[in-house]
Design a protein around this ligand. Structure first.
Ligand code: 13P
Length: 250
């Protein structure tokens, strides 16, 4: 576990604007210093060019996207390809977020294909898995997250040593309800075991936790042996909160 450098990524979701982004990045750049973890921000795609400029000349904060097309290019109106993201300096792409699985009907196979596209372009996919409240109540948590990750492993084989996984219990996203460190660690350990069966490099793969992680609860979550960082929603929009989480990952 010690060889994994933690990653704290902010998923801005459909928030922000030119002025707000500038103020937020300015505050982040001013406060981040030389973090001992990797840090990334994932703005909406129309702002990637702006963010690339705002983040120029520093190495502490990397740029991420919130999605990537499953297609390489062509007649796919509205899609953004991995190569296009790469053009704007994107290092990470969130893939299979539960909001896309829910509202855009993304399937496990589409998610796995997106992972393949990202990897082929040299972008690190942050692959989200997680169960809904009713799935948890039915005792299906392990089954669901294993099924979601399994599709990615099947299509990508040993390349999955290059991905980042994010465990985001759907019931914890934007609700203020967090998985306890013990609950989260238990699922992370399941995912680690699954990765070990697929690659000898499984101990290099970072497994982030996401779901109401905030300045107050981050340190305890990040202290768990298989929690290698955070995927932060709401708290990523407030510079002091996000920077506190980054500090907690140190
Ligand atoms: P919140 O931190 O707002 O719960 O969102 C988590 C998330 O979905 C990050 O991808």
């Amino acid at each position: 576990m010690s060889e994994r450098r933690k990653l704290v990524a902010g998923n801005w979701k459909m928030n922000g604007g030119l002025a707000a982004n500038q103020a937020l990045v300015q505050a982040l750049r001013g406060g981040v210093g030389q973090p001992v973890c990797d840090v990334a921000v994932c703005p909406p795609p129309v702002y990637l060019a702006q963010l690339q400029q705002l983040l120029a000349g520093q190495a502490a904060i990397a740029l991420g996207a919130q999605d990537v097309s499953q297609h390489e290019g062509g007649a796919f109106t509205g899609d953004v390809s991995a190569a296009m993201l790469k053009d704007f300096g994107v290092r990470y792409a969130i893939v299979g977020h539960s909001e896309r699985r829910q509202y855009q009907g993304e399937t496990d196979l589409q998610v796995a294909t997106k992972v393949k596209r990202a990897l082929a372009a040299g972008i690190t996919p942050i692959v989200c898995v997680g169960e809904t409240l009713s799935e948890r109540e039915q005792g299906l948590t392990e089954f669901i997250v294993r099924r979601q990750l399994s599709a990615v492993i099947q299509l990508n084989g040993p390349c999955i040593s290059e991905i980042v996984v994010a465990y985001e219990p759907v019931w914890a996203i934007g609700t203020g309800k967090t998985a306890t460190p013990t609950e989260a660690q238990a699922v992370h350990a399941v995912l680690r075991t699954q990765l070990r069966a697929a690659t000898e490099q499984a101990d290099r793969v970072r497994i982030l936790y996401g779901g109401s992680m905030n300045a107050a609860n981050a340190a305890e979550l990040l202290a768990q042996p298989d929690i290698d960082g955070g995927l932060i929603g709401g708290a990523a929009l407030k510079a002091p909160d996000f920077l506190t989480i980054v500090a907690a990952a140190a």
